[in-house]
Structure formats: structure tokens, C-alpha cells
Design a protein. Sequence first.
Lengths: 116, 114
Amino acid sequence: ETGVTQTPRHLVMGMTNKKSLKCEQHLGHNAMYWYKQSAKKPLELMFVYNFKEQTENNSVPSRFSPECPNSSHLFLHLHTLQPEDSALYLCASSQDAAGGSNNEQFFGPGTRLTVL
Amino acid sequence: AQSVTQPDIHITVSEGASLELRCNYSYGATPYLFWYVQSPGQGLQLLLKYFSGDTLVQGIKGFEAEFKRSQSSFNLRKPSVHWSDAAEYFCAVGKGGGADGLTFGKGTHLIIQP
């Protein structure tokens, strides 16, 4: 595998289900991100992890719970979601916290989530 | 807080014609600017970026963009589009001070006419 991978690519879940999205980066990066892409809305930053520590939570509801066990893996745990949470969830990674050119982000293909 | 405006939701261009996609940003300091492209069912691919230096930056697939501080703009251009350029294009701004999330515009959907 190369780049940033996300699994599953598609997920359908009921509002009472618990599921998890997985992201893995094979680029040796130290920062990882979750974004939400809804129809007719700009991509919204959800969470930032840098060297496994959460550095930003963009006022995301607690029904979304991120986990970053190491610099290569990022999870988004989902529980009691609402239909309006249906969206494409994109994961990205970048080199590290140094800024500048290290801020270039590489994106995965996304997980298309549908909440019924 | 920073913001990005892409005023054109849809743009239709004939194959072989030139293209310009507009992007305006709002940020108090020197911004880090990006253009990404997204094909259907795919993630985002970086076309080009501006951090500092020459205000005209070259990217992949024949794209270029010019940073104009006085106009707070970072417009994307291509002299001759190909049918394969049909996609969604996103302009984004970052603070550049570390592992910062990016702020994206709403995107411009590019349609290529044969």
C-alpha cells in the first residue's frame, strides 16, 4: 500500500449502531487529520493529531470520537449518529509540526458514510 | 479566522480553451495557499501550493496559480484544458504554523465541453 488508505470505502449504519473508520498512512508522516465533506458545504476540519497527540478539535459533537494509537494510524469511532452526519469522511496526513512545506497534506480516498 | 471564497460554483469550458478558477482568501498574516482537485469518488490531489517566494507557482498537469497579495487572490489557470480536467477544484488556506488543518472553499465544479 502507498499513500493514505481508508477503510471501509462505504458504510451504511443505523442511528443506534457503533462503527469505526480507519485511516492508515504509509508516508512516514507525523500529523494526521479528519475532514468531513458534506454536499453543498465546504470541507470541514474535524480533528488534528500531531505526534499522536490531539491538537485540534473543531467543535465536533461527542458522537465522533477519534483515536490515534501511533503516527501511522487514525481512527474515527462513531456512535448514535444522526442522518445529517451522512457525508464523505476524508483522512489526511502531513510531515510534522514544523510548518512551511511540511504542512502539505496528502488525502485518502475517503469513506462514504450513510446514516439511516 | 481564515476563510476562502470560490465565487464560481460551476464553470463550463470547451476542450482546448483556457481556464481560470478564482479564489479569494481572508487571513491576517502571510497565508499558505493550496489548490486541490477531486475526481468523482476520489480523495483530494494537490495541484500546487504557495508558501513564499515567486508569486507565480507551477503545478502538476499544466496548472499554474498566481498569488496576488493586494487582491487577496490565488487564481488557478491552465492555458488549454483537456476533457480529463473535468473535476471539482478546491482552494485552501493554511496558517502554516505547524500541523494546521486547512480551511477550504466550497469548490468549483469544472465541466469540459467537447
